[in-house]
Structures are given as structure tokens and as C-alpha cells.
Write a protein of this length. Sequence first.
Length: 117
Amino acid sequence: MSDSEVGTTGKIVWFEIPAAETSRAKEFYGSLFGWQFQASEDMDYHMTFEGGGGIYGGSEDKGVKVYFGVEDMQAALDRVRELGGEPGEPQEIPGFGVYALCTDTEGNSFGLLRQEG
């Protein structure tokens, strides 16, 4: 196994919190945990590197979405399908990696993330 595989495969490596009002959510989590946020230039998305995730707006989603680290995205997506889940389409995050949103056998949404470097 590679160092990155041992370090991140199967572990939560990112999370996303949906918010009706991102300013309110940032105030809540910033005050609760001391997180600082960096806004995306092109969308209502605010990253916290101290927390390892982000808050996003403009969605009817509820609940925190977690992203699990993978070393080989295609192998992980194939395994999701083999186990009865629904794999999503891989999407590139320039300079960061590749992610895919999937659904497990219970209807829960989760993400897979292969980080660069």
C-alpha cells in the first residue's frame, strides 16, 4: 500500500454542510469551533481548512455530506456498484483532485475523493 492509501483510504477527508443562509452557518460554526472561512470566487461555497470542509448555499439538501478518501477512483466506483450502491460520475476539482457523489444501499448520499499529490 502507498503512504497516501494508508493515510486516507476509507477515512473522512472532507465534509460539506448545506445552509439556507451561509453567513448564519459560518457564524455558528466559526463561533463554535473557531473556524475561519475562505469564500469561493464563483459560487456560494466557503471552505474551512481548520475543519477540513465547507459550507455551501443555494441547496435544499439537509444533513452533512462526508467524503471518504480513495486511492483509485474507478476501482472505488466499481466497488460501490458491486455492493449495490449507485456510483456517481467523477468530477475534477482543478488543483485539488477528483470527487464523485454516490448513494449507499440505504439511500444515503456520500462522496469519494481522490486528492492530488
